[in-house]
Design a protein around this ligand. Structure first.
Ligand SMILES: N[C@@H](CCC(=O)N[C@@H](CS)C(=O)NCC(=O)O)C(=O)O
Length: 108
């Protein structure tokens, strides 16, 4: 079944206890990845990106860590604990909540 047709699995992200480090796993030809990149650009935030088509080690990390090769996927590391968040809209919602009022007002 294509990834786009799958239901989003239950994903839980641990309570915030310290600074987080984010890495986005993605690839250029994925039509869902730019959704997250557009959000990040609008928010003025840069994240490290790993291309899972060009970088076989990144693809292995994604599959071993997150359990699936689907992109985009956000790797969230906090206090040594790693969470892998799939689904572009879930990633955007998560980052939006994290960034909170650091986001520029619409139209500003
Ligand atoms: N509903 C997902 C769709 C993501 C999706 O379908 N990604 C495709 C690439 S466009 C994928 O990862 N396919 C499996 C693979 O490449 O291994 C989202 O919005 O993030």
């Amino acid at each position: 079944m294509p990834a786009a047709d799958r239901e989003s699995p239950e994903q839980t992200v641990p309570e915030q206890t310290g600074p987080e480090h984010h890495v986005q796993y993605q690839y250029a030809s994925c039509p869902f990845c730019p959704r997250v990149l557009r959000f990040l650009a609008q928010a003025g935030v840069e994240l490290p990106l790993k291309d899972t088509l060009r970088d076989p080690a990144a693809r292995r990390e994604l599959i071993q860590g997150g359990g699936d090769s689907q992109v985009p996927c956000l790797r969230i590391e906090r206090s040594g604990e790693v969470t892998w968040l799939y689904e572009s809209l879930d990633i955007i919602a998560y980052l939006q909540a994290q960034l909170g009022n650091q986001l520029p007002a619409r139209g500003a």
